[in-house]
Design a protein around this ligand. Structure first.
Ligand code: ZN
Length: 358
């Protein structure tokens, strides 16, 4: 699978999963003029509709959600070091981590060592959610019979594929809601037992939060899902693969300007937070800034209402694609540093700082 920009080395490394995120600690919202906070760690005042913000003087802002998907495949020094450097450069920007319990279910996994590696890149203001891909080890550890396909690529995994672990590219939407509840509950319990809090936000592997996934999210009391994505951002990289068709079928109405909304499923609902700026494996820095600039235009047209922009990357490809996020964040900082009427206020938020606007 080659992209038009030759970005990728392996399609299986690129895909995100649906992850439930929980606010681990600290304030979910960090609002600041970006020129000050993004590079110096200096936080400004919050502007999230809290009581100290008079309603009649409130002005909307851009709520920027920065996410990372932990695929559950591996943790290398190269990628973790890139993330640590990123955290040092932007010490006050919180990240929504969609963590993956599959690191703990790999054959021979050392839970203490796995926990220590993940901890290296977490910071107190982060939100810790959940990401699930169809890993065989994870599903079997959850008491669910593994399904070997059809995968994102239209294939079926063989016994040889699964000699160690396999299933990253198996859509979790192939499973029943009852099965997914078991995997979600096991994942949450595993992460919680290792000190990562109780996830309340989620992103599905391959963005494939189909109906059974949504029902399971409601039944497992998740408050936020971050799986919807504008499929055109994926169209080149995933051209010809069933995954692209599946994303289109699920999220055909999602655009780069889509805003959080209430999504009903399984007799309940949760807040759907569109991944409207996609993930850096699939979108360049100029494209990310295009999403941001369009959000600013929308904010100017309706200045009393916040606009949410969600961007992100993968832990497993952080070294390769974090530079795109860096360029985009610096571009956003430049825009926010503009003075006068052109200035835009940017708040770096996690799920709890995102308001439903429609
Ligand atoms: Zn994923």
């Amino acid at each position: 699978m080659q992209s038009r920009r030759a970005r990728h080395t392996s399609p299986t490394l690129l895909l995100t999963s649906l992850a439930a995120s929980v606010l681990a600690c600290g304030s979910p919202t960090t609002a600041m003029p970006v020129d000050a906070g993004a590079t110096t760690g200096e936080s400004g005042s919050t502007n999230d509709g809290s009581p100290d913000t008079p309603a009649d003087t409130r002005r909307g802002q851009i709520d920027l959600v920065l996410t990372v998907d932990w695929e559950g495949r591996e943790m290398t020094e190269t990628n973790l070091a890139a993330m640590v450097a990123f955290r040092t450069k932007y010490p006050s920007i919180p990240i929504v981590h969609f963590l993956n319990a599959a690191y703990f279910t790999k054959p021979g996994a050392d839970a203490v060592a796995v926990t220590a590696l993940i901890r290296r890149v977490l910071r107190p203001m982060d939100e810790l959610g959940l990401h699930i891909h169809g890993w065989k080890s994870l599903f079997e550890a959850s008491g669910v019979t593994f399904r070997s396909g059809p995968t994102f690529w239209g294939t079926t995994l063989t016994a040889a594929d699964c000699a160690s672990d396999c299933g990253h590219e198996v859509p979790i939407s192939l499973y029943t809601a009852e099965e997914l509840q078991k995997v979600m509950a096991f994942s949450v319990k595993t992460l919680e037992a290792n000190g990562f809090g109780h996830a309340s936000s989620f992103r599905a592997g391959g963005w494939l939060a189909g109906e059974t996934v949504r029902t399971a999210l409601v039944l497992e009391h998740f408050a936020y899902d971050h799986s919807s994505v504008p499929s055109p951002f994926l169209a080149d990289e995933l051209k010809g693969y069933p995954l692209l068709d599946a994303v289109k079928a699920l999220w055909g109405d999602t655009t780069p300007s889509s805003q959080p909304y209430s999504l009903k499923a399984g007799g309940g609902s949760f807040t759907e937070v569109p991944d409207n700026g996609a993930l850096a494996d699939y979108i360049t820095a100029p494209e990310i800034l295009g999403v941001f600039d369009d959000a600013v235009k929308a904010l100017r047209a309706a200045p009393e209402t916040d606009r949410v922009v969600s961007i992100g990357f993968h832990q497993e490809t952080a070294k390769t694609y974090l530079p795109r996020i860096t360029v985009a964040l610096d571009g956003i900082a430049q825009r926010a540093a503009t003075t006068g009427d052109a200035q835009v206020s940017v708040a770096y938020v996690t799920s709890h700082g995102v308001a439903i606007t429609k």
